[in-house]
Design a protein around this ligand. Structure first.
Ligand SMILES: [Mg+2]
Length: 216
């Protein structure tokens, strides 16, 4: 099995496929408040979603800098996510013990589409000794570089000085990005992806992270 082993975060360590939409809604509201913007209901609804659609247009109409809005929204979303984790509103999967065990005998990393600030928080929160942690930059460009783009996986590999390895994720875009970065890939089954076919290009399919300790 090639090493290092890099792990996706949402749906692999953190329960559920991603950040709750309310976290982004609250973050957008906080950012708009801080910028003293007064959006229409439509503008607010668009800006609350976790995507870039209409962000530039709405910010221009509101007379605020889209880059500044986005950076604030990302920061508040990180705070909201960390609060939810600390409060136990979002849990961790039981089988992440396996990553901790692997970290004792090989190089492990965390590479996520989630915000870098949250990736750092989670790495610390779970207490696993990841040698590299990479999440998205809190910028508009950082958002565009998410998987299925291989960018953040490639940056993590660069940091480790490695050109091979295994990427473990719970979605098709993880397999696409891992492959594009030149890695083998493992598609991890969780309750939220039971209905998906195994991605044809995935090297492995895992029923649990525990299965990795037998393979590596
Ligand atoms: Mg995921």
């Amino acid at each position: 099995m090639p090493q290092p082993i890099l792990f996706d975060m949402d749906g692999v360590l953190l329960e559920g496929p991603g950040t709750h939409p309310q976290v982004y809604a609250d973050a957008a509201d906080a950012a708009l408040d801080e910028l003293e913007a007064d959006p229409t209901p439509t503008q607010r609804a668009d800006l609350r979603r976790n995507d870039l659609e209409n962000v530039a247009d709405h910010c221009e109409a509101l007379g605020i800098d889209p880059a500044r809005f986005w950076q604030l929204k990302e920061r508040y979303a990180s705070q909201g996510t960390h609060d939810r984790l600390r409060a136990g509103e979002r849990g961790l999967y039981d089988d992440i013990d396996a990553i901790e065990a692997l970290a004792e005998r090989t190089t492990v990393g965390l590479v996520t589409n989630n915000r870098h600030e949250t990736a750092e928080f989670v790495a610390d929160y779970v207490g696993i000794d990841f040698e590299v942690v990479r999440g998205r930059d809190p910028t508009l460009e950082g958002y565009r570089r998410r998987k299925p783009e291989p960018d953040y996986i490639e940056e993590a590999l660069d940091e480790l000085g490695s050109s091979e390895g295994l990427y473990v994720g719970d979605s098709i875009k993880d397999v696409t990005a891992g492959l594009a970065a030149g890695l083998e890939t493992a598609f991890l089954r969780r309750s939220h992806n039971r209905g998906l076919d195994r991605p044809a290009e995935a090297t492995l399919e895992l029923e649990s992270l525990a299965a990795l300790t037998d393979i590596v």
